[in-house]
Design a protein around this ligand. Structure first.
Ligand SMILES: *Cc1c(COP(=O)(O)O)cnc(C)c1O
Length: 411
């Protein structure tokens, strides 16, 4: 017997009426007219809020929820989330300015990332946000700059743990890494931190992105909290903040299923009583990027040409990898797989066919869908790439081939 071909997980965040996808209650064809051009990214604010509500429903009430802005730093998106989350995590001074403009109070903003420049550190110090320190050298620089500015630096230590997040799409901890300070070196660093009189806030332990394994996430959270107990013994002050990282994944590819939040949150609930006892002053936070915004966004481009090459149908569009690197398979994927792609104005269609959707760039890498079944499309139809709300536009090489940037809207 043949094994059934794995399929994309059903995506119900956007309803379909008259065979046309609806975004925020607007038919896609109308939305394209409203925006006045293609390609574009559209994000649905209700879908983002729904993810926050879903998390709040499952999470223990005293687990704080932060938004990791690099997943989608569009100012309107950040503005929308500011009143719904407990903090923003930024990865550059540019993101910090957007976070402050959106009205998040500085004490609820933290900055992480290796290679922060002295200028960026000074801006962060002047703003009064928490700096997640990625190295001993960075700590020395922060102490010097804080002295010059006459401010007390609020700092946390980003730890590179001695374990890694299993089954993670992108590993960011365990083994030798450019992120954080190796766990075994942290006690010595904390002794120096005390001498430098920095205002110690706590620890930041982020082990990886795009994880769809409940067991792996549970294990990482359990080990993260255990590691914080050990490190806290060497800390010059009580831990006020334990950032447990993010990494909750969403289904992109055939065969992937949505993450089951209930057992992950139940595990956190089990860990909390002891954690509150061992770290009585600590606030526990998850910092999620992709999980909050990834499913709320689509990327839309228009079919410019339809061409048959040796029996194979190519839909040539005005969008491609320069706008959406991840959908082309070139942002961290080992084996290229198709994102969920469909014809937005002919979701089911009268006829179906197997096609490849490509962009206008002069490289065979510019592929949005490879031999995928979808409604039979004509020139002028709208191709939609689902699951495009995170690591889309700002994670793409928009300057490549000098085409215009896509539009971006929040509906
Ligand atoms: C990117 C990043 C995140 C968010 O990761 P997601 O997989 O999008 O949830 C969280 N924390 C840090 C430090 C990051 O660099």
């Amino acid at each position: 017997m043949n094994k059934p071909r794995p399929e994309h997980s059903p995506m119900a965040q956007f309803p379909v009426a008259d065979d046309c996808l609806q975004i925020g209650g607007i038919p896609l064809t109308r939305l394209a007219q409203r925006i006045g051009r293609t390609p574009f990214y559209a994000y649905d604010r209700r879908s983002i809020s729904h993810k926050v509500e879903l998390l709040r429903r499952h999470l223990p009430a005293d687990i704080h929820l932060h938004y990791a802005m690099k997943a989608n730093p569009m100012p309107a998106v950040v503005q929308h989330l500011v009143t719904q989350v407990d903090g923003l995590d930024v990865a550059s001074a540019g993101e910090m300015q957007v976070a402050l403009d959106a009205g998040m109070s500085p004490e609820k903003i933290s900055i992480a990332g290796p290679g922060k420049t002295p200028a960026e550190l000074s801006m962060a110090l002047a703003a009064g946000i928490v700096i997640n320190m990625e190295s001993e050298n960075e700590m020395e620089t922060i102490a010097r700059l804080a002295h010059q500015l006459g401010v007390r630096a609020r700092v946390a230590v980003r730890v590179n743990p001695d374990f890694e997040l299993k089954s993670s799409g992108m590993k960011m901890a365990g083994g030798p890494k450019q992120f954080g300070v190796d766990a075994e070196r942290v006690p010595e660093m904390l002794a120096r931190l005390k001498v430098l009189k920095l205002d110690f806030q706590g620890f930041h332990i982020f082990s990886g992105s795009q994880n769809l394994s409940v067991e792996a996430i549970q294990e990482a959270q359990t080990k993260t909290i255990e590691l914080a107990y050990t490190l806290a013994e060497a800390a010059p002050a009580p831990v006020k903040l334990l950032n447990l990282g993010g990494g909750f994944g969403i289904p992109y590819f055939p065969g992937e299923k949505p993450l089951d939040l209930a057992p992950i949150c139940a595990n956190l609930k089990d860990l909390l009583p002891k954690a509150r006892k061992r770290l009585p002053e600590a606030e526990f936070a998850l910092e999620l990027g992709r999980y909050l915004v990834g499913e709320a966004g689509i990327y839309v481009c228009r079919v410019l040409d339809r061409k048959i090459s040796r029996g194979h149908v190519f839909l040539i569009t005005d969008g491609g990898l320069h706008h959406h690197l991840a959908a082309s398979g070139n942002f961290g994927q080992v084996i290229r797989k198709n994102y969920p792609v469909l014809v937005g104005n002919k979701v089911v269609g009268r006829a179906r066919e197997t096609v490849s959707v490509v962009g206008p760039l002069c490289t065979p890498l510019d592929l949005l869908a490879d031999k995928m079944e979808m409604a039979k499309a004509d020139i002028g139809d709208l191709i939609v790439v689902m699951q495009s709300g995170a690591y889309g536009l700002t994670a793409s090489p928009t300057a490549f081939l000098s085409h215009p940037r896509p539009a971006e809207v929040l509906i």
